[in-house]
Design a binder for this molecule. Structure first.
Ligand SMILES: Nc1ncnc2c1ncn2[C@@H]1O[C@H](COP(=O)(O)OP(=O)(O)OP(=O)(O)O)[C@@H](O)[C@H]1O
Length: 160
């Protein structure tokens, strides 16, 4: 039971970060698109392993960055030089992971033939193109407003 509870707490932490950090929502959406579009690419097990690691690295760094921010905001409401350096380093960790994740992406997904395949796929299937456009629109709203913002907007509309 304790074991399952620890999963529950961990998921609560991830959900909190998604709800409160726009960057975490960007990472989540980007990861989803990477996995969906990877179907068009020649992917070995090693390629998938590299992509999984890169995604995990960026998301874990964002979670730790949020931990640092929350602790800093709790301990120092006003300017503090230590808070500044702690927050800067935590943000630096995310940047390092994101830059190297982008490098992994270039190594794995630099396949011009696959780009052509994607173009041909969407040119031949207008319904899929429409689905892609809708998913992009939904993703943008999700990134900007977040789940809480969307929920509050729906509630306000219901009340009116
Ligand atoms: N209390 C503080 N004392 C000193 N410097 C601070 C303090 N709060 C923020 N800073 C500086 O401002 C920068 C941005 O801080 P902030 O808390 O807005 O982080 P952020 O990366 O913009 O976070 P978020 O992901 O929530 O937008 C920090 O990296 C740090 O240099």
């Amino acid at each position: 039971m304790r074991f399952f509870k620890s999963f529950k707490y961990a998921f609560r932490g991830i959900v909190y970060c998604i709800n409160n950090e726009r960057n975490m929502r960007i990472h989540t959406v980007a990861a989803l698109y990477v996995f969906v579009f990877s179907l068009f690419f020649k992917m070995s097990r090693t390629s998938y392993a590299a992509v999984f690691l890169a995604v995990a690295m960026v998301m874990a760094a964002e979670l730790f960055n949020t931990v640092a921010e929350e602790l800093c905001d709790m301990t120092a409401a006003s300017f503090h030089p230590v808070v500044r350096i702690v927050k800067d380093m935590a943000a630096g960790a995310v940047l390092v992971c994101a830059v190297f994740a982008a490098a992994v992406g270039i190594c794995v997904f630099w396949q011009p033939a696959a780009f052509l395949k994607i173009l041909q796929f969407f040119a031949a299937k207008p319904l899929m193109l429409l689905l892609l456009a809708v998913s992009v629109a939904v993703s943008i709203v999700f990134i900007i407003s977040g789940p809480i913002g969307i929920r509050d907007h729906i509630r306000r509309n219901r009340e009116e």
